[in-house]
Design a protein around this ligand. Structure first.
Ligand code: SF4
Length: 244
């Protein structure tokens, strides 16, 4: 429909431009359990700039120290703990650091991270309105998928991060992160497009931006997932623009 192809004036980010023709309408009905007992004026995550969250995370990072809990410690340059705003209420979880992240100690700073920035921007988010981490904090050699024992060894750190940050919503990027958080062996193609849960926290799986760099056809499902995320954020009273 022509109406679905309209583009607000001044909109120039490449990701949005490339997906705008897919439609911007709200098409999702959220499960009833989401936001139970919450109101749109009382975000379910911690309030911005909460010092106790930052203090607790710093204490956790100190406990992690020079962790040698699995073989991934052998070739790493940095433990990539996480980055962004831990009080934002929106937690993004990827698979593991890549070469650029390992070098700089910051998550999602390579090409996939730059694409992730554009994807976030398409629904009015940026690095200060989310917190980003991975299921393993050290780079798997040659960017291989972390093994189940490596994920298990690193799990306590992510579990503590979630406990401290109390996110209102978790977005999992790619199959390994989605399977780990949701507790399933299903593929990402089956998991994405609907809301799952980690305890009481809604979990929204989508493709990893690195997969999007390889396969252009994934742009459309990722955009659909971002529309679903935007609907969730509105329901929970969390940041993000109401309109793309
Ligand atoms: S991946 Fe996690 S458990 Fe393994 S060495 Fe790094 S911080 Fe420790």
């Amino acid at each position: 429909m022509e109406g679905d192809r309209r583009r607000p004036e001044g909109r120039s980010d490449p990701f949005w431009n490339s997906v705008a023709s897919f439609g911007i309408e709200e098409i999702f009905a959220l499960p009833d359990w989401i936001g139970e007992g919450k109101t749109a004026t009382a975000p379910v995550g911690r309030v911005p700039s909460s010092m106790d969250v930052q203090t607790e995370l710093a204490a956790l990072a100190e406990r992690v120290g020079d962790c040698r809990g699995c073989r991934l410690c052998e070739a790493r340059n940095s433990i990539v703990f996480g980055g962004g705003n831990p009080s934002a209420g929106i937690l993004l979880i990827g698979e593991g650091p890549g070469a650029s992240e390992d070098e700089r100690g910051i998550p999602f700073v390579g090409k996939a991270g730059q694409l992730l920035d554009r994807i976030l921007e398409s629904i009015g988010l940026d690095r200060e309105s989310v917190y980003i981490t991975n299921i393993v904090k050290c780079r798997p050699p040659n960017n291989r998928t972390p093994s189940s024992d490596e994920v298990a060894a690193c799990w306590w750190i992510l579990e503590e991060q979630i406990r401290i940050m109390e996110p209102g919503v978790i977005v999992t990027l790619g199959a390994p992160a989605s399977r780990t958080i949701i507790g399933t062996s299903d593929g990402i193609g089956r998991l994405r497009g609907s809301v799952h849960r980690f305890g009481d926290i809604p979990v929204l799986p989508t493709y990893h931006p690195a997969a999007l760099l390889r396969t252009q056809a994934l742009k459309r499902p990722v955009w659909e997932d971002m529309k679903l995320l935007r609907t969730l954020l509105k329901k929970l009273g969390l940041p993000g623009k109401g309109e793309p």
